[in-house]
Design a protein around this ligand. Structure first.
Ligand code: PLP
Length: 440
C-alpha cells in the first residue's frame, strides 16, 4: 500500500513560521519528521492541515488525558473566564477548592501551591529543598527528565559514551549548577548510597520520576523507591517524586499511592488539567510553609499567572472527571490490550522487541528486554524505531516520531481505536523493516 508521507500544507506553514519563529516551532521537540501540523483536535483524534484524521497517541506529551478539547473541561473554563481570568491578589474560591482536592488525593500533600509548568514545579521544589536543608547538591537519575532549567537539564537521553558522565543538554547552563547535580543510576540503590557517602551532609534533595517514563518506561525495581525513602530519612535529604507524568495519569494519588512510598515533596503537571497549563508542588507542611507565600516563609515563591482561572478550572474539571475511577480502569485496560497486541505483532515479525510502559502508557522498543537500567535503552534500534513511527504517522496513527518517545492512551480512546492502531502497527512495522532491508 502506498502511503502519503508529505503534508505540503504543514511544510508550507512550518517554512513560513521559520521566518519569525526560530525553526518554526515553539518548543524544540515539536520539530519532527514527517513534518506535521494539526488544525483541529477532538477526543482521541487530530486532523492535519489537509484534513486527514489521525488517532492521537502523542497527546501533547501526555498532557491531554481526557481527550482533545474535552467538552466538560472547555465549557467550565469558558464559563469561568467570563468573570475571572486573573486578579493577582488574594486567592479565589476555585484555587482553594483545587488545593483541597490535591491535598485529599495525593498522599504527600499536606499543602500545595500551583504554577504553570512542570519545569517551574521542579525548580521550586528543588529550591525549597535547598532552602530547608541549607545544602546545595542534588541527585537526579540518568535518563529522567525533570524540566528545562539548569538544576536538572543534564543526563537525559545520553549517548553511550556520556552515560553517567557530564552530559548537560544545553549551552548556556551555569557550570556551577551542572556540577551541583550528581547523576545516579536508576534502580541502583548502591550507587545512590555511594554518592551520598561521597558528599556527606551536602545533598539537599533526591529527585526522580518514580517510573522513568522519559527513559522510556523503566519501572522501579521492588524496594528501590522504599530504599530511597529510608536513605533520605537517615540522611536528612528531601525526597522529591517528579510525578509530572505519573500523577493523575496513573491514579489520582500518583504513583506514590500505588507504590506505597510517600515522598517529602512531589511535582505535578500534564494530565492534571487536560492540556491547560497547570502544575503544582505539594508536600509536607513544614517544608511547604517555608515558601514566602507564608508570612514566616523564606523560600521565594512567585509567578504572575499562578492560579489563573483557566488553569485552575481546567484542573478542577479534570480531577472531578477522574474521581469515580472509571477513566483509570478504562485506560489501564486499553493499555494492557495495546501492549499485548504490540508484543504479538513483534513476535510474528520475528524481531527483537520489548514493549514497555505502564497503565495508559506504551512504547515498542526494538531490542531484547529487560528494560531495567538506562544502559538497556542503548540497545534500542533507533533507526528502526524512527522508521516505524514515521510509517505509523503516514497511516494515520500519531505517535511522536522521536527517539524512544512513549505513547499515551486517554479516556476518549476506544477499544476500536486500539485495534485499528494495532492493525496499522503491523503494516507499519513490515514497511519499516522492508525499508531498512532495502537501505542495508
Ligand atoms: C517527568 C517530567 N518532569 C518535568 C517535566 C517538565 O514539564 P514542562 O514541560 O511542563 O515544563 C516533564 C516534561 O516532559 C516531565 O516529563
Amino acid at each position: 500500500m502506498t502511503v502519503t508521507w508529505r503534508s505540503s500544507a504543514s511544510e508550507a506553514l512550518l517554512d513560513d513560521a521559520a521566518t519569525v519563529i526560530p525553526g518554526g516551532v515553539n518548543t524544540c521537540r515539536r520539530r519532527s519528521e514527517p513534518r506535521r501540523c494539526f488544525r483541529r483536535g477532538a477526543g482521541a483524534y487530530l486532523w492535519d492541515l489537509e484534513d486527514r484524521r489521525y488517532i492521537d497517541f502523542h497527546a501533547a506529551y501526555g498532557a491531554v488525558f481526557l481527550g482533545h478539547s474535552h467538552p466538560a473541561v472547555t465549557a467550565r473554563v469558558a464559563r469561568a473566564i467570563e468573570e475571572t481570568v486573573l486578579f493577582g491578589v488574594g486567592v479565589t474560591e476555585a484555587e482553594v477548592a483545587l488545593a483541597r482536592k490535591l491535598v485529599d488525593h495525593v498522599p504527600c500533600a499536606d499543602q500545595v501551591v500551583v504554577c504553570n509548568s512542570g519545569s517551574e514545579a521542579t525548580y521550586h521544589a528543588i529550591r525549597l529543598a535547598r532552602g530547608a536543608t541549607g545544602r546545595e547538591r542534588i541527585v537526579k537519575f540518568q535518563g529522567c527528565y525533570n524540566g528545562f532549567h539548569d538544576y536538572v537539564l543534564r543526563n537525559v537521553l545520553s549517548p553511550a559514551e556520556l552515560v553517567g558522565g557530564r552530559d548537560p543538554q544545553s549551552k548556556g547552563m551555569l557550570e556551577a549548577a551542572i556540577d551541583a547535580t550528581s547523576v545516579c543510576r536508576f534502580n541502583d540503590l548502591d550507587d545512590v548510597e555511594a554518592t551520598v557517602a561521597r558528599y556527606p551532609d551536602e545533598i539537599a534533595a533526591i529527585i526522580l520520576e518514580p517510573i522513568a517514563h522519559n527513559a522510556p518506561g523503566i519501572m522501579p525495581r521492588p524496594g528501590f523507591l522504599a530504599g530511597l525513602r529510608a536513605l533520605c530519612d537517615r540522611e536528612g535529604i528531601v525526597l522529591v517524586f517528579d510525578e509530572v507524568i505519573t500523577g493523575f495519569r496513573h491514579g489520582l494519588g500518583g504513583y506514590q499511592a500505588i507504590a506505597g512510598v510517600t515522598p517529602d515533596l512531589t511535582t505535578l503537571g500534564k494530565a492534571i488539567a487536560n492540556g491547560f497549563p497547570l502544575a503544582a508542588v505539594a508536600g509536607r507542611r513544614e517544608l511547604m510553609e517555608r515558601f514566602t507565600t507564608n508570612e514566616a516563609g523564606d523560600v521565594h515563591f512567585g509567578g504572575t499567572y499562578n492560579g489563573n482561572a483557566v488553569a485552575v478550572e481546567a484542573g478542577l474539571a479534570t480531577i472531578e472527571l477522574l474521581e469515580d475511577g472509571r477513566v483509570h480502569e478504562h485506560v489501564f485496560a486499553l493499555g494492557e490490550r495495546m501492549r499485548a497486541g504490540l508484543a504479538e505483532i513483534a513476535a510474528r515479525a520475528g524481531i527483537a522487541a520489548y514493549v514497555g510502559g505502564y497503565g495508559s502508557l506504551f512504547v515498542l522498543c526494538f531490542m531484547d528486554g529487560p528494560l531495567e537500567r538506562y544502559e538497556d535503552v542503548l540497545r534500542n534500534d533507533t533507526a528502526l524505531f524512527l522508521r516505524y513511527r514515521r510509517e505509523l504517522v503516514a497511516r494515520g496513527v500519531f505517535e511522536m516520531p522521536e527517539s524512544l518517545g512513549r505513547s499515551h492512551i486517554g479516556a476518549s480512546h476506544t477499544g476500536d481505536d486500539v485495534d485499528r492502531a494495532l492493525e496499522v502497527a503491523e503494516v507499519a512495522l513490515a514497511a519499516a523493516l522492508e525499508a531498512g532491508a532495502r537501505a542495508a
